[in-house]
Ligand binder design. Structure first.
Ligand SMILES: Cc1cc2nc3c(=O)[nH]c(=O)nc-3n(C[C@H](O)[C@H](O)[C@H](O)COP(=O)(O)OP(=O)(O)OC[C@H]3O[C@@H](n4cnc5c(N)ncnc54)[C@H](O)[C@@H]3O)c2cc1C
Length: 338
């Protein structure tokens, strides 16, 4: 049974054979930060300082250079010998590690399902039991597909000040285990089980101006973060790029614009990659091209990215080429959790 030493916490636990670093910690009543548990979200990204692990499942959230630098995903790494892991990057305290898993289950009622675009629905969930959730803007919940134990990750679009709700933005996928139910099977009044909150995407304290870029349903965590910044009377400059194919695919611009009234340093840049209607006053092209045109130089900026993996990759390339430090780029890739 491999022993896992956790630095800098001065703690340790045992993993059973074939058990991942995360599964072993949770079974022993300990806690490591985690999210999707499928190698997709990167919440459980830690450094392997000593020992060796075998990879189990997807490690989408790691780049080749991350792996070369010793980063592993706790949810997808099975120790094959005694290991030392460094969890500093997850901001985990010894108290949190020892307290075990505080993620809770919630029963929620669907308050509203709103058609935001032809293939995106806004799902407002009212939390019943417990009736509120403490979360950080940018985090997500795992929603249980009714009648199964299948989980799907969705980011909250509401700010933490609205703690009695989880406002989701869900893109419909043909045959999607969860999303397809929103077309005709789920309705207001139906109940759902949620687990959370998860994820480490959050606005980091700094004085740097921020670029935020969303693609498709990726606007959800950005709305939550901008809403929270408005609640905090933020004065940092924030530019939100929202990329969609056509004007019909844009949504919640009214919500973003309402936030501008409370946060004058907020700029909103919708961008259409396909058809722009006559008289379109916004930008055209891929969201990365638009950022590139608007900001030839981005040294000293923080960047927050949410959306499909291809968008995150392209945006990261552009931002680093324009001077943003890799460590100042934060993202949630909406990888399939199925
Ligand atoms: C941290 C995190 C946060 C997320 N937040 C959101 C969110 O706020 N809103 C949101 O809509 N989604 C979000 N997702 C993705 C979401 O969890 C589901 O993966 C997605 O909704 C598909 O679930 P489904 O059950 O409807 O479809 P599934 O049954 O999982 O898939 C149905 C079919 O569609 C394919 N498919 C799955 N995803 C995609 C895709 N992105 N593009 C094309 N084909 C695909 C599958 O391969 C399959 O063939 C997030 C994912 C992560 C990891």
């Amino acid at each position: 049974m491999p022993k896992v030493e956790v630095v800098p916490l001065g703690a340790s636990y045992d993993c059973r054979d074939d058990e991942t670093l995360l599964a072993g910690a949770l079974r022993e009543g300990r806690y490591l930060r985690y999210g999707c548990r499928h190698g997709g979200c990167g919440t459980c990204r830690i450094l392997l300082v000593e020992g060796d692990v075998e990879q189990s499942g997807s490690t989408f959230a790691l780049t080749a250079s991350d792996r070369a630098d010793g980063w592993v995903l706790a949810c997808a790494s099975v120790p094959v010998e005694d290991c030392v892991i460094d969890v500093s990057a997850t901001d985990l305290t010894a108290e949190e590690f020892l307290a075990g898993d505080q993620v809770r289950g919630y029963t929620a009622e669907i308050a509203e399902i709103r058609r935001l675009t032809p293939d995106v629905r806004g799902v407002r969930l009212r939390l019943l039991d417990p009736p509120s959730m403490r979360f950080t803007a940018g985090q997500f919940v795992n929603v249980e597909v009714p009648g199964t134990s299948v989980l799907r990750a969705y980011s909250m679009a509401n700010p933490p000040s609205d703690s009695g709700h989880a406002d989701l933005v869900v893109r419909l996928l043909p045959g999607g285990a969860f999303s397809a139910l929103l077309e005709d099977r789920l309705a207001p009044g139906d109940r759902l089980r949620l687990y959370g909150p998860f994820g480490q995407l959050k606005v980091r304290l700094s004085h740097r101006p921020m670029i935020m870029a969303a693609g498709g349903s990726g606007l959800a965590p950005i709305l939550s973060m901008v809403g929270d910044l408005a609640d905090q009377q933020n004065r940092r400059q924030v530019t939100v790029f929202f990329g969609a194919r056509s004007a019909a695919d844009l949504y919640h611009l009214d919500r973003l614009r309402a936030l501008q009234d409370r946060m004058p340093c907020l700029e909103i840049v919708p961008a259409l990659s396909e058809r722009a209607p006559a008289g379109w006053a916004g930008e055209t092209g891929l969201v990365t091209d638009v950022i590139g045109r608007r900001f030839p130089q981005l040294e000293g900026y923080d960047a927050y990215l949410c959306g499909p993996p291809a968008m995150i990759d392209a945006a990261t390339g552009l931002l680093t080429a324009r001077g943003v430090r890799l460590r100042n780029i934060y993202f949630d890739a909406f990888v399939p959790t199925g």
